[in-house]
Design a protein around this ligand. Structure first.
Ligand code: HEC
Length: 250
């Protein structure tokens, strides 16, 4: 195959990827960036606390163990037990939901998914916007709908913190059809946090979810450096060896 053909194929595959990306992120409202800071240990500690207090009632995170989190978040065993382990006995337990999955499925219609890998599956920005996107909808069984997951069966569990909001849509008639466009949120009741602090609360929570989705990321980076150093040293040895072996031949 000549080079041009190869290039053309690579370009075609790249176009497909870009198109798939665009499709996956949906054509609706733009996602606001979560701007999480994976190296910020205090943000991760707050996120872990938020998760245990507000999410673990329904959601498990069964691929992570408490002691792994404790070590990375620089918590003593006592802090770990006192602050995070409400429904676990042993530090090597994984995070289980307090609510049995069958009951949850019956009550909500959809079982709350495990959140261990959610940040990798849907992306941090998506979860950030999901947690900020609940708005009042009298026709929904939970009283709310969500901007990024229409018809969701998850209730607005953070309403005490955020308060309730209305979504404002405007109608546009174009080419004979009507399109709804999202114009913004309108605060209906106030919560315990103002908008900025709520964003911070959600950002910390998402930061924690991103961390548990790939807890060995930082270790892998460190290991990568060692592997590269080994390869360089080995290259030098190999070069010296080659010189030695070929010395008599030349
Ligand atoms: C009262 C139970 C309950 C609590 C508490 C709860 N959730 Fe959920 N959650 C659900 C249910 C039910 C679903 C399934 C929703 C669906 O598919 O429509 C869900 C789905 C999700 C999803 C997946 C959305 C998607 O696109 O599929 C994410 C992410 C999520 N929850 C995050 C959270 C976070 C973070 C918290 C804590 C702040 C939390 N949830 C607290 C019940 C709950």
């Amino acid at each position: 195959m000549d080079r041009l053909k190869v290039l053309r194929r690579v370009a075609a595959v790249a176009v497909l990827f870009v198109a798939a990306e665009g499709f996956a992120s949906g054509s609706g409202a733009e996602l606001q960036p979560a701007n999480i800071d994976p190296g910020n240990i205090s943000s991760l500690q707050r996120g872990a606390r938020n998760f245990m207090n507000y999410c673990s009632g329904c959601h498990s995170a069964q691929y992570v163990r408490y002691n792994t989190i404790g070590k990375y978040l620089e918590l003593s065993e006592e802090q770990l037990v006192d602050n995070l382990m409400f429904n676990a006995e042993k530090t090597f337990d994984t995070i289980q939901a307090s609510m049995p999955a069958d009951d949850a499925a019956r009550w909500y219609g959809t079982a709350p998914p495990d959140l261990s890998l959610m940040a990798r599956a849907k992306g941090s920005d998506y979860i950030y916007n999901f947690l900020k996107g609940f708005y009042l909808d009298p026709d929904s069984p939970t009283g709310v709908d969500n901007l990024v997951l229409e018809g969701t069966s998850m209730p607005h569990v953070l309403w005490e913190l955020q308060g309730f909001q209305n979504a404002v849509f405007s109608e546009h008639t174009a080419d004979g059809g009507t399109a709804h466009e999202f114009d913004g949120m309108e605060q209906v009741t106030t919560g315990m946090l103002d908008a900025e602090d709520y964003d911070e609360f959600v950002r910390d929570t998402v930061n924690f979810l991103a961390y548990i989705a790939e807890p060995i990321r930082s270790e892998r980076r460190k290991l990568g450096v060692w592997v590269l150093m080994y390869l360089i040293v080995f290259l030098v040895i190999a070069a010296m060896l080659k010189k030695q072996i070929w010395k008599d031949v030349n």
